[in-house]
Design a protein around this ligand. Structure first.
Ligand code: FES
Length: 128
C-alpha cells in the first residue's frame, strides 16, 4: 500500500547509468542516495545517524566503490550499500534511513518506508 506522496520520482535509466550513488533532492527539503545494489535499486536518506548531518556535508567523497560503502564526510562512518548499516565509525550498528523504492509508470518513486519496516530495521540492544 502506498499512501504517501512520493518524495521524489527518478528515471530508472538514470540510476542504472550512474557509476556511483545518485544524489536525489527530496520534496521535503532533504536528499537521498539512490544506487543499484546487487541488481536492486535501494535508497537511503542522506542523513548520518551520528549527528543527523548530511553524509556529504563536508565534501563530496561519500562513496567507496570497491567496498560498496557510503561514507559520512564528517567523521568517516561507513555504511553498507546493501542495507545502510553502519559497519565502522561513531554510530556503528545504527542504520541510514532506508526509503521505499517502487517502480511505477512515472519512474522510480521514493517514499518514506512504512513504520513496520522501519521497526524491523531498527537495531535492538542485544541483537546483532
Ligand atoms: S556525523 Fe557522520 S560520522 Fe559523525
Amino acid at each position: 500500500m502506498q499512501s504517501s506522496r512520493p518524495l521524489a520520482i527518478v528515471s530508472p535509466e538514470t540510476v542504472g547509468a550512474a557509476e556511483s550513488p545518485l544524489r536525489v533532492e527530496l520534496s521535503d527539503g532533504g536528499s537521498a542516495w539512490l544506487l543499484l545494489e546487487e541488481g536492486v535499486t535501494v535508497a537511503f536518506r542522506n542523513l548520518c545517524p551520528h549527528l543527523d548531518a548530511p553524509l556529504d556535508g563536508c565534501d563530496d567523497e561519500t562513496w567507496q566503490p570497491d567496498a560498496r560503502l557510503l561514507v559520512c564526510s564528517f567523521h568517516g562512518a561507513t555504511f553498507a550499500a546493501r542495507d545502510g548499516r553502519c559497519i565502522d565509525g561513531p554510530c556503528r550498528g545504527s542504520r541510514l534511513e532506508q526509503l521505499e523504492v517502487s517502480v511505477t509508470d512515472a519512474g522510480l518513486e521514493l517514499r518514506t518506508a512504512p513504520l513496520l519496516q522501519l521497526h524491523l530495521l531498527t537495531p535492538r540492544p542485544g541483537r546483532p
